[in-house]
Design a protein around this ligand. Structure first.
Ligand SMILES: Nc1ncnc2c1ncn2[C@@H]1O[C@H](COP(=O)(O)OP(=O)(O)OP(=O)(O)O)[C@@H](O)[C@H]1O
Ligand SMILES: [Mg+2]
Length: 396
């Protein structure tokens, strides 16, 4: 049954993804409530009600649901107990089952591999001795990622494999130190893969089973944080076809209600492997706001409200470049006017009051005749902002 415009949407999480979802919901005529631990969260200024509570407060998740017609989420670290409590009062999309599988990296990787989806070599470990054994089994260079709580490269470290002197003791010391740095908690050890490119695919699935899949985005990371993204990603028909099929199979297999983003690695040897899943809007599809007939945020609202899904057609190719807190020099704002002078460039700020290095403050988007042309404009705009803080230019 559709939840019609005029109803109230609840969002667990009030970060930038919640803010942009709330704005899209408002455009469609919904009222929006959200729950977030931060009273100054980015979504706050565009909400009808903001509940300030921690992500593991099941009672407050239920309170949110009691005033809403449907509840969704914008962040994975919501306690599944909260989702279950909310689900007694309103439909919760995606479900606690989907979130429970996705929010633990170890559980997610095992689920993907045991259900026949392509993932790289990995092992779940619980002690530094297990970490060392896993690293040796994978031949040295690895990514070690805590099972819970990581994002934007936080909660994960790269292990070089003790190559400096080649000695086994080096590796042992490195593994022990690294395990301690990650808090001595359960981790997934992944072989460091030889990447040709990174891409992602966004699929929407409504409760009545309708599907809409976007063309893959091509993503570029710097220091494990998304730097820029192109939509549509200039990829071969074969890679595009495989990526889209993986996303559709996952959305159907998991019976996702709402959005699912699949992050993928294209290896130098041509294989396409799944990095991770996110059952929510995603940084790599921010370009959909300017590139597509339906933005990912509007699509999220349509999907969780069981409305007809919107067209995923590319109206004009686009690119985004992330704007991190590093561009705020001694608290001074970057010169936004200089970026906005460039034709086709738009500024998207998330309303975060405190800028910190590595913190996502906003992004710049640009459109062009081709995704590459859009990227040139977006990077030029970012260069004008970065110059003021003496920062390196967006990476190639
Ligand atoms: N096994 C790997 N081999 C090569 N590169 C990797 C591997 N794992 C991670 N990376 C690099 O680090 C980036 C971040 O990894 P991952 O997506 O696992 O972390 P995250 O903290 O969830 O990041 P985000 O929140 O941006 O998705 C990847 O996009 C990729 O660039
Ligand atoms: Mg990722």
């Amino acid at each position: 049954m559709p939840i019609a415009p005029g109803s109230t949407l609840g969002i667990l999480g009030g970060g930038q993804l919640g803010r942009m979802t709330a704005l899209a919901a408002r455009t469609l005529g919904y009222k929006v409530h959200a729950l977030d631990p931060d009273p100054d969260c980015p979504a706050r200024s565009v909400l009808d009600r903001c509940i300030v509570a921690s992500f593991d407060d099941a009672a407050q998740a239920a309170e949110l649901a009691s005033q809403c017609d449907v509840v969704t989420l914008e962040i994975e670290k919501i306690a599944t107990a909260g989702l279950s409590a909310a689900a007694r009062l309103a439909p919760v999309r995606p479900s606690a089952e989907v979130l429970g599988m996705v929010q633990d990296r170890g559980v997610q990787k095992s689920w993907l591999s045991s259900n026949g989806f392509p993932v790289g070599p990995f092992r779940e470990v619980a002690t530094s001795a297990e970490l060392l054994a896993a690293t040796r089994a994978m031949g040295g260079a690895c990514f070690v990622k805590s099972c819970v709580g990581g994002y934007d490269g936080r909660g994960q470290l790269r292990l070089s494999g003790g190559t400096s002197t080649g000695g086994g003791d080096d590796l042992e010391r490195e593994a022990e130190a690294l395990f301690g740095t990650l808090g001595g908690q359960r981790c997934v050890v992944e072989q460091a893969l030889d990447l040709e490119a990174e891409l992602s695919v966004l699929v929407a699935r409504s409760p009545s089973g309708k599907l809409a899949v976007y063309p893959p985005a091509l993503n570029h990371h710097r220091d494990q944080i998304l730097d820029w993204s192109l939509l549509p990603g200039p990829l071969s028909a074969s890679v595009t076809g495989q990526a889209v099929q993986i996303a559709l199979d996952l959305a159907v297999g998991l019976r996702v209600e709402g959005l699912l983003v699949v992050e993928l690695f294209l290896l130098k040897d041509g294989r396409l492997l799944i990095n991770e899943l996110a059952p929510r809007p995603h940084n790599s599809y921010h370009a959909s706001e300017v590139a597509c007939a339906t933005s990912q945020f509007e699509q999220a609202v349509r999907a969780v409200c069981d409305l007809p899904l919107g067209s995923v057609e590319i109206v004009r190719p686009a690119a985004i470049v992330n704007l991190l807190g590093d561009a705020w020099l001694d608290g001074a704002q970057p010169p936004f006017e200089a970026a906005l002078e460039i034709p086709g460039v738009r500024l998207h700020l998330y309303g975060k009051r405190i800028a910190r290095p590595g913190r996502k403050m906003g992004h710049l988007s640009a459109t062009g005749r081709t995704p590459e042309e859009a990227l040139v404009a977006a990077k030029l705009a970012m260069a004008r902002l970065s110059a003021h803080a003496g920062l390196p230019l967006p990476s190639r």
